[in-house]
Design a protein. Sequence first.
Length: 666
Amino acid sequence: MKKIKANLKFFLSRVDHSTQLTAVSLIVMLFSILIVGLIHGSIAGYIQAILVIISLILFVYLFLLLGEKAGKYTNNLQYRIDRGTDNSFVEYPLGILLYDTDKQIQWVNPYFVEKTGFNPSNSMTIADVSAQLSSLVDDVGHADNRTIQIDDKDFLVQIQPELKVIYLFDITHYSKIEKRYEDNRSVIGQVYLDNYAEITQSMSDRDISNLDNYVTNELSNWAFDQQMFLKRIDDDHFFIMAYTGKIFTMEKNGFKILDTIREYTSQQNVPLTLSMGFSYGVDDLDKLNTEAQKNLNLALGRGGDQVVVKEIGEKARFYGGNTDPMEKRTRVRARMISEALQELLKDSDQVIVMGHSHPDMDVLGSSLGIRRISLMNNTPCKIVINPNTLHSDVSRLLTMAKEEPDIQKDIISPEESVVLKTPKTLIVMVDHSKQSISINPNLIDGDNNKVVVIDHHRRGEEFPENPMLIYIEPYASSTSELITEMLEYQPKNKKAIEKIEATALLAGITVDTKSFSLRTGTRTFDAASYLRSVGADETIIQNVLKENVDSFIQKSHLIETITMVNGNMAVCFGEEDKTYDPVIVAQAADTLLSLDNVEASFVISKRPDGRVGISARSLGNVNVQVIMEKLGGGGHLSDAATQISDATVEEAKEQLVAVLTDSEKK
């Protein structure tokens, strides 16, 4: 009886309300038929009653039998579910790790042991398994769907911090598919022989043929080894199609082909260098080719002998650039730039010339030079100067320049420049090409600007959009040298350059060449000779460049903190609570190069604007521009700098040392 009740109760608990109602209705109907048959009392009624009783008994039996079978099925199903859940927790192909508040491992399932190779004891921590995994536990708020690598396997990580459970999904197979896809994306490259025309100009046909054979063979072998398609499309131009995986491999070894060709040709007294631009990231081959050409132009704008690799939409990566670019500028190019500038001046109502935010002698000299060129072409010119950012030597020379009434009225503040600007105003950027470091970045506000860039620093990735004229020559000693040459091609019937303007230009060359001891070529001395012939006064230059006692003491104090890194790099730094003038910092870096066994120098200090500045110098064997670019700055191969926000002097020093150590390893 108890079994019947139990089956009945279980069955009723497993069927829905409508089924229960149907069963009860059927039983009530049978009982009604039975009662009616008994009331009639006839034989037919009794027979009907007997059949109803039999049907009722049979229905109840089947009803109870169905309940028993349903109970067995449900119990079996529940058992299988419970057993499957238990087995999946232990044996399912999913790594499971339980840990405590100290990140000590409490339990792992067999699959975790099988896939990771770790069978940790209770005393082991998560960090013993994987430092990456330990970091994700610390940063659990951002750890969802992050991947880590343990040995040669990749895992997708999910963490339940409230339960202190880590799940590891083995995605090695899918990672390999993804990597195969990434490694086989299309890359288009452009290769240019930087100084081929200059070198072959004085060579015999036989020597040119030998040089061509060597370069072609080296590049062809290199392309064959890297499974690339290489096609020569001009005497000094090659086209490349490659795969991203091979480009990544070449990036790891720093594109050694640059060194191979440069070193061999230098031994043959025909120092030839290469520049390359590579682009990838989209399936549009035409767009890749356009971007590759832009990247090549960027490499050339930075002085050549280097490679620019860029994924479309991402930042460019630079390799090479380990030599000072050879002097390739000709007077033909200087004349062409000068004539192009004259045409722009004719179509402008005025010129506004500006340098970088902390102007040096080169900025002041080149600004005065551009002003003189504008006046020679009957176009008024204003020079933007912020008197609050001038060092003592620049301030002294500017004071002398302001003694000339015509010059004084043309010097304006950054605020005034915005008011004066019109749609026909020509903006000339001198001694820099980064808008963000301009003395007034607001002057360049869109595609409608008429912008000219004249600079001698290697071009960076940040650059004004659609400038009308670009004159960037990284091998020139200074911007003042470039503008001095342009002055020589201006109309002769106009008023000649003033003495103070010639002196400022010569001062710019003198400071940037460290008194003609660094980065000087034959054109540098030609420019200096021209300036002397038109009245440049070296005595004035010596007087304005004199260093005061306080500056000398500060510079000496910085040098006292010298620390050597990698054996040949000097690093100095100032106090956290003391600011230093950027010019004093730069002078300290220059002085360090005069010390024995110092190939490069870096001076770190707090700037007046609250940021930490690093001034870098080298003798040419170390590319300080590349080092500073890794810290957000830039400059020249032997003269560069950066400013770091939201960092202490000590933190900036640690970042710099890490970059220097890493570059030494490579």
